[in-house]
Every structure is written in structure tokens, then in C-alpha cells.
Design a protein around this ligand. Structure first.
Ligand SMILES: [Zn+2]
Length: 461
């Protein structure tokens, strides 16, 4: 009985995939997966909540980049861009140890939970030691990420990255990329060992060719074929069309735009997550929407790096699917990503209330629901939906402002995303049924002193 009471939550208004419902009891099992969703029985005296939504899946993160957040905001090249930023980022990547990554990621994942993300797809391309040699245990960085996710209590999908060359036509990586490179056979060995661990540790596993510029067409084909032969459902995540130069290089080297090249090379389907797609043209957007692949939009990173603005309106006109990622981890807040997605479209089109449709006029609710749907599709674990079999990843939102208003859910969510930036409306965060944060009453996790010391060390050198 006691155990039952601990694994339940009675909710006044609950946002499901099909919309708001009232007075439901959510129950979950000892593994933290939802086991039942039904009416609240008479005489129930267990835990209660007012307004509850699903926790947000973060579908694109490079944990180590949190270390340099805020440290690259000064002019260091004549014509600063993504490419000059990348040089600084490589300098940080060149020295990090697996032990340091575990500390950085543990802190980052605690911040994510505080800010409403309950699972994360970790796109990790750190493989080798600082000299570019494989570690004795080639999964050292992945072990660090698994430990960090456990310590923080966040859902994890590992996306080990295959990185082979420095650009279209290159044979190998450059010196700044020495920690990222593996052979295809080494990669497949790593993947098989992670697959065994994923099953026992309850984490997701996907495959991540870094980008079209970093992997040749023939190796991309082989990589996907080999992984899909072992695990047909494995999600495939790839950076694509983030920068105009990348599109131009692709055209010059292959005569194709990036998504054309990808489709020519692989059978792209719903298991694919296309990260950025910022410079997809109209044909590419229509083609991506048609096959129902998911685009990972990372608005704060795309703004920070000067990538450009994703053409959401064109994509949505074809019914395209998308989710959100914190990517470079400069800012950690699911609502800021959603707000900036909407605001970038408003600035571009000089209109209001864009990311919504004829079925859902409330922008906050539409943004939230669509990001959950896309996140659920490509996370490789059961997240992003409040229904039986899915992780009990839940956020309770503060509805006090709207007390007395019936059917207040859309206004509470809209207020949370657009009008609450100096505090948080998140009262409680449950990850796999465990209450892991109470943001409204506890401060955002502070950067541990040891990590600030590490940041200072980088700045000195
Ligand atoms: Zn990325």
C-alpha cells in the first residue's frame, strides 16, 4: 500500500497528447514507467498536483560545451563566425578528461532538470585521449556521461558520434579534431559494447554520423547499414545544413544540396533526427516533412553562433515534425528555446502568434506539444508522452496566478514560456517517477567551484 501511494500523483489538469484533461490519477511502477492513467478514486489521499505537463526531451546536447558557456562572447577574429568559435571550442575539447566530463555533465544535467528537461540526447564526439589515441577503455567518455545522468537523475540517450574527416574530400581529421576520430570498425565495436550496457542501464542508444562534411558517403552508407542490421529502430542523428558555407561546400563537392545528398546516400525515415536544417531550401523542407523525419531546432545556439533562422512556417505548411535541443549549452532552459523559436519567426515575418495552427491557437501549448512529439519520436526511449509504458517524466506548473479561471492550462503554459523569465513557474520535476527538483522553491544549481576553477584555467592559457 505504502509503495502504491508513493508511485501516484493525482492531477487537477493534465496535458496529454490529445489535449487537456481534468482529474486524473497517474500511477507508475518501480522502474518509473507509467502503469496506469485513470480517474482519481474516491478517498484517495496520496500526493496531488494542480497543473501537470510532460517533461521536455532535450534532443541535442554537447555536454562538454557547457564549460565554455559565456566565455566566447568577445571578438577574437576579424570576422567572427561559427568557424572562429569552433576553433575556441576545439581548444576546450582538446584537454577535457573523462573525469572532468562527468563533473561537467552532472552539473549540466541537474540544471536541465531544474529548467524542465527530463531527458537528453547526448551527441558526443569525444572519444580519444588528448594525443588522439584511443583510451584503454574506448568508452571512457560514454561511461562518464552514463554516470553523470545517473547522479543527476535524468533520462539519457547516448549518441556516439562517427567522425572521420575534416571536410568534403578530405581523407582524415585535422589536428583540432584528433579526439573525435575513429575507424568504422572501432566505432562498431564501441557501439556494440554500448548496446549491451544500454539494455542493462535503461538508457537509449542511437547512431550519430557527425555531418555530411565529416563522413564520406560510402562510410555513411556502411555505418547506417551496420547499425540498422543490429538495431533497426535505432535513432539516427546528424548535423545538417547549419551554416551556409556547409551548403556551398556540399554543392561544390557533390553537386547536391545537403538533404538531397543524404537521401541519395541513405534511406532516411522517421527514425532520423536532422539537427538544425537552418538552410534547407523549400524543396528540402518539403521532402523532410514528407518522410516525417524530425528536425532538431536549437534556437538559442543557432542565435549565439549566428547560424540563421529556421524557416518554421514553410516547414509547418508541409506538416513537418520538430523538437528542441540546447546544443552548445550556452543557455539551459526549455522555455527559452521555445520562446526564441516563436520570436525569431515574429521578427522575420513581422507578425504575431506564428507557431500555432487551426487546431491549437495557443502558441505556448502548440510549441510545447509539437516539441514533445518530435522529441518522443527520436529519443530512442519512451519519453515525451504521459501514457502507459512511458517514463513518468512530469512537470507541475504554478497555476496560482490563474486561480478561479476554469480551463486555465493554456494560459498557465503560455505564461510559463513567454512571461516568466525572471523566475520559474515549475513547481516540481519528476524524472522516471522520482521527484528530482522543486525549482520554484530552490535556486538553480550553482556551478561547482572546481568547474569554475577549470574554466579559469582555460582562460589563463
Ligand atoms: Zn550540435
Amino acid at each position: 500500500m505504502m509503495n502504491n501511494v508513493m508511485n501516484t500523483l493525482a492531477v487537477k489538469q493534465l496535458l496529454l497528447a490529445e489535449g487537456w484533461v481534468e482529474n486524473r490519477l497517474i500511477e507508475w511502477d518501480s522502474a518509473g514507467n507509467i502503469s496506469a492513467l485513470g480517474p482519481i478514486p474516491a478517498g484517495y489521499d496520496g500526493p496531488e498536483a494542480g497543473t501537470v505537463v510532460a517533461g521536455m526531451p532535450n534532443i541535442h546536447s554537447h555536454a562538454f560545451q557547457r564549460l565554455s558557456a559565456g566565455l566566447t562572447e568577445y571578438r577574437y577574429a576579424e570576422d567572427d563566425s561559427f568557424w572562429s568559435w569552433r576553433q575556441l571550442m576545439y581548444a576546450f575539447a582538446s584537454k577535457i578528461t573523462p573525469e572532468q566530463l562527468e563533473e561537467i555533465a552532472t552539473h549540466l544535467y541537474r540544471e536541465m532538470l531544474w529548467a524542465g528537461y527530463t531527458s537528453v540526447c547526448e551527441f558526443n564526439y569525444l572519444h580519444n585521449d588528448e594525443f588522439g589515441r584511443p583510451y584503454m577503455e574506448p568508452d571512457s567518455f560514454f561511461t562518464a556521461l552514463i554516470r553523470a545522468a545517473k547522479r543527476a537523475g535524468i533520462g539519457l540517450t547516448l549518441l556516439p558520434v562517427f567522425y572521420q574527416r575534416s571536410g568534403f574530400g578530405a581523407e582524415t581529421v585535422n589536428d583540432g579534431q584528433r579526439r573525435f576520430a575513429t575507424t568504422l570498425d572501432e566505432y562498431m565495436q564501441l557501439w556494440a559494447s554500448l548496446q549491451a550496457r544500454a539494455q542493462t542501464e535503461g538508457i537509449g542508444l542511437g547512431v550519430a554520423p557527425h555531418s555530411l562534411r565529416a563522413v564520406s558517403e560510402s562510410d555513411l552508407q556502411q555505418l547506417i547499414a551496420r547499425v540498422k542490421a543490429i538495431s533497426p529502430e535505432a535513432p539516427v542523428h546528424i548535423h545538417i545544413s547549419e551554416q551556409i558555407r556547409e551548403v556551398e561546400d556540399c554543392l561544390e563537392a557533390t553537386g547536391c544540396r545537403p538533404f538531397e545528398l543524404l537521401q541519395r546516400t541513405c534511406a532516411v525515415d522517421q527514425s532520423w533526427c536532422l539537427v538544425h536544417g537552418t538552410h534547407f531550401d523549400k524543396n528540402e523542407l518539403a521532402a523532410v516533412a514528407e518522410i516525417q523525419a524530425v528536425v532538431a531546432i536549437c534556437p538559442t545556439t543557432e542565435a549565439n553562433l549566428g547560424d540563421g533562422i529556421f524557416d518554421w512556417l514553410e516547414f509547418a505548411s508541409h506538416g513537418g515534425r520538430w523538437g528542441i535541443g540546447s546544443d552548445s549549452n550556452t543557455l539551459i532552459d526549455s522555455r527559452e528555446e521555445l520562446m526564441l523559436l516563436e520570436y525569431s519567426q515574429r521578427l522575420l515575418r513581422r507578425k504575431r502568434n506564428i507557431v500555432c495552427d487551426s487546431k491549437q491557437a495557443h502558441v505556448g501549448t502548440h510549441l510545447y506539444q509539437e516539441a514533445l512529439k518530435g522529441g518522443s519520436q527520436v529519443s530512442g526511449i519512451k519519453v515525451g508522452r504521459i501514457e502507459e509504458g512511458y517514463r513518468a517524466d512530469l512537470l507541475e506548473l504554478d497555476g496560482e496566478l490563474f486561480e478561479g479561471l476554469s480551463k486555465s492550462g493554456d494560459f498557465i503554459l503560455g505564461n510559463h514560456i513567454f512571461a516568466d523569465s525572471h523566475k520559474t513557474s515549475i513547481v516540481g520535476v519528476w524524472s522516471a517517477g522520482k521527484r528530482v527538483a522543486s525549482p520554484a522553491t530552490e535556486a538553480r544549481p550553482k556551478l561547482p567551484k572546481a568547474l569554475q576553477a577549470l574554466r579559469n584555467q582555460y582562460l589563463e592559457n
